[in-house]
Design a protein around this ligand. Structure first.
Ligand code: PLP
Length: 391
């Protein structure tokens, strides 16, 4: 699929051929969205009106269906970015006497550790290097040795690098050891399939503005109903209490506090686009193709990826900075930005890197245009060798 330029500015003629476009967001989110998804926000909704209550109910149901979790789980949306939803989930599901084992191989694993510190929840970390996936066997032995651990928190795709953690195997180990699994599926939900029957979890957390191709401002957790029912009073926060948020929605369909009405309407539309595209498998295939085009094209130019291909998720790619002294990330970024492509700085601690995302309403045409822009930029900078200092 090749998505059409999709972001219009005020005054542009959507029917015209020469539409000025917003920059493509080759980032881990917010991402480029379709014109129709943005246009879905062009109304005002009363938050207590039946039309909006229905919309919330529909979006909650559709999100549950995406992971086939309708039988045992409920979907609890929460205002804010993805971190708000992760914080609400840990704060609500982990009781004060609980202990969390966090699998860390990047920033988002470390963020869950930070949340445990803020909330005073006992925790420990099982860490692998940023280019190495979490290790289910090591997890199994830590759980066997530490009966105090009640919850395991794992990141599906660690967006710091784009590495895919083996969530199916992790879930099996956690279920086998009879602990509770919390999955941060922020950057995979909607593109890399998880089936609640095959990957048992007590909570899976994501947000509207990544692979679902919705707008930022809304997170959600898919939580095992029976665990949520037993979590009343755990949350140390008023607004980030998933149990109370859920009770409010169940009692009268209304949000406890002002909902991001427009963002929910946009997500409702974005979910229809996901269906029309062919669901999670088709979206994952488009991102896979995007990723392939970028990997081949950048490698042909001499860039070296920070990850081995067998652990790379088709979400975001991390590249080692060229050793050529004429390469300067800020100049590279600004030059690409002028051409209409926004990339991301690297976040790895092990090397100087930059990242290029392959999610959002973008397809083959935009990926090839990205490669052309990188090529012209490198030439303009006078960089003749894109290989890095170290491998
Ligand atoms: C895996 C993962 N977890 C958590 C987050 C945090 O989300 P937010 O920045 O929306 O708070 C992100 C954001 O990129 C992410 O990729």
């Amino acid at each position: 699929m090749s998505a059409a330029p999709s972001s219009l500015r005020e005054g542009d003629d959507p029917a015209g051929d020469d539409v000025a476009r917003d920059a493509y967001l080759l980032t881990p989110g917010p991402i480029t969205t379709s014109f129709a998804t943005k246009a879905a926000m062009l109304h005002d909704w009363g938050s207590r009106d039946p039309a909006f209550i229905d919309m919330t109910r529909r979006v909650r149901r559709r999100l549950l269906e995406l992971v086939r979790a309708e039988r045992d789980h409920v979907c609890v949306p929460i205002q804010g970015s993805g971190t708000f939803a992760i914080e609400a989930t840990i704060g609500t599901l982990v009781p004060p006497q609980g202990k969390v084992l966090i699998l860390v191989n990047g920033v988002y694993g470390r963020r869950m550790k930070q949340i445990c510190e803020y909330y005073g929840r006992s925790h420990r970390v099982l860490e692998t290097a940023e280019h190495v996936p979490a290790d289910p066997a090591a997890l199994n032995s830590v759980l066997a040795d530490d009966p105090e651990v009640t919850h395991v928190a794992a990141v599906h795709c660690e967006t710091t690098s784009g590495i895919l953690n083996p969530i199916g195997e992790i879930a099996k180990v956690v279920a086998g050891q009879r602990r509770s699994l919390i999955i941060d599926a922020m950057s995979t939900f909607g593109a890399i399939d998880i089936d609640a029957d095959e990957v048992p979890f007590d909570a899976l957390v994501a947000s509207a503005n990544k692979c679902l191709e919705g707008l930022p401002g809304l997170g959600f957790a898919i939580v095992r109903r029976e665990k949520l029912e037993r979590s009343k009073g755990n949350a140390p926060s008023l607004s980030l209490d998933l149990y109370e948020q859920w009770r409010g929605l169940e009692d009268n369909g209304q949000w406890r506090f002002t909902p991001p009405t427009h963002v929910i309407a946009a997500l409702d539309h974005a979910l229809t686009e996901l269906e029309e595209e062919g669901g999670v498998t088709a979206r994952g295939a488009r991102y896979g193709q995007n990723s392939r085009i970028l990997l081949d094209g950048l490698q042909d130019m001499g860039f070296v990826s920070a990850l081995d291909e067998d652990v790379q998720a088709p979400i975001i790619l991390t590249w080692l900075n060229p050793a050529d002294p004429r390469f300067d990330f800020q100049v590279f970024y600004e030059s690409l930005s002028r051409r209409g492509f926004l990339i991301y700085p690297g976040k790895l601690t092990l090397a100087e890197t930059f990242r290029i995302g392959c999610i959002g309403r973008l397809g083959e045409t935009e990926m090839r245009a990205t490669l052309d822009a990188v090529h012209s930029t490198i030439e303009e900078m006078g960089v003749t060798d894109c290989s890095p200092k170290v491998r």
